[in-house]
Design a protein around this ligand. Sequence first.
Ligand code: NAG
Ligand code: NAG
Length: 406
Amino acid sequence: MHSSTWTSLLLLGLANLVPDASARPSACPPPVKPGKAIYTITNEKQNSVIALPIGSDGLLYQGTSTPTGGSGSNALTASGKTTAPAAPDALVSQSALTVVGNNLFAVNAGSNTVTMFAIDPKNPTRLTMLGKPIAIPGDFPTTVAASAKNQLVCVGATGAKSGISCAPFSSRGIGKMDQLRPIGLNQTTPPVGPPNTISQVFFSADEETLFATVKGDPTANTKGVLGVFGVEPPCNGRGAATVSEEGKLTQVDGSIVLFGSSAIQGSSDLFVTDAAFGAAVLSVDAKTGAASIKGKATIDGQGATCWAAISPETNTAFVTDVAVNRIVEVSLTDASIQSITDLNNGDPGLIDIRAAGSFVYALSPGNGTTLPAVTVMDVVTKKQVQHFQLKGLGASKNAQGVAVLL
Ligand SMILES: *[C@@H]1O[C@H](CO)[C@@H](O)[C@H](O)[C@H]1NC(C)=O
Ligand SMILES: *[C@@H]1O[C@H](CO)[C@@H](O)[C@H](O)[C@H]1NC(C)=O
């Protein structure tokens, strides 16, 4: 007999003896695919996007820095009668940059522009600018949202001319930004915050609605405001989708300093943070713009809970606080607190956060003494698995925003 037949027979025999691993019922769920890269902006005078690759282990590795062609800036914070440039949290916002598909959009608060990049899917830290940075018709852009389904990008500007402007985008770049949807903040450029500024723009889970969260001002007794703008399909099925000019701005009872948010998949509810107390689940009627608090988390010992990410792995939200170095997990149904992870890694606190795979990635810009760093936490064990310091990439305490390529 030919030797390969012997081998086949032998293998057949072995196959009968060794239980088939793939057929064996496993107690463990299949591993969740990790993200591919995370991004942040330096928000320096020469603004740049820092890209860090995520390994198959979910951890971060040394990355790249790519200029946006625009300038960063700092909001001002008031202390008594004087103001000082804000940092960390230079832009008092969530989503200073965003990723949809293989495209990345980043704001340039100091030059009133937004920059679009193509991400090389084979090498996600390689960014190529598409067109030039596009001028927006407002001052001090701090937050950007994009919809892959509608090929739309929207920017929130929170300076003297405040409001939301949108544009179509394609593989060639961003089109013309449309007329500003005013928010009426009566701000300056740079704005004095964090109160009374736009916090974030973001699309609903079905991408049919654009939302904006706006901070109230506890000293002026104003509430948080939710902006709701419908997406309108192309006229007669031709051309580009647009965002309605006729939005609704609704004061949300029980909210004060509405901040970072996330649409909850498969629901019309929104998960929001509120710097005045913690976090909440809002039920929202996208047609009327009506919004009310469905559940509320008052986080003991919080300084300013401002950023949120929903992990599909745990189906819970993780929130951060610029003044307290911990990550708090909150329920998406009633906003009850699920876990608190103290980090003890030397950071003063955390700002923007994103979820991918079994991990969350949270940025601490540091404070000038401590270096900027990204904390990677396992959402299942609730343990820090990495504290990645941003070195040699031009980041300082002005760094802002986190976006992730899934
Ligand atoms: C706008 O702000 C300025 C000072 O920054 C203030 O004097 C003025 O009264 C404000 N206007 C309104 C309508 O609130
Ligand atoms: C920066 O943060 C560290 C850690 O919380 C703290 O020890 C230090 O005093 C802070 N420095 C400044 C300038 O605020």
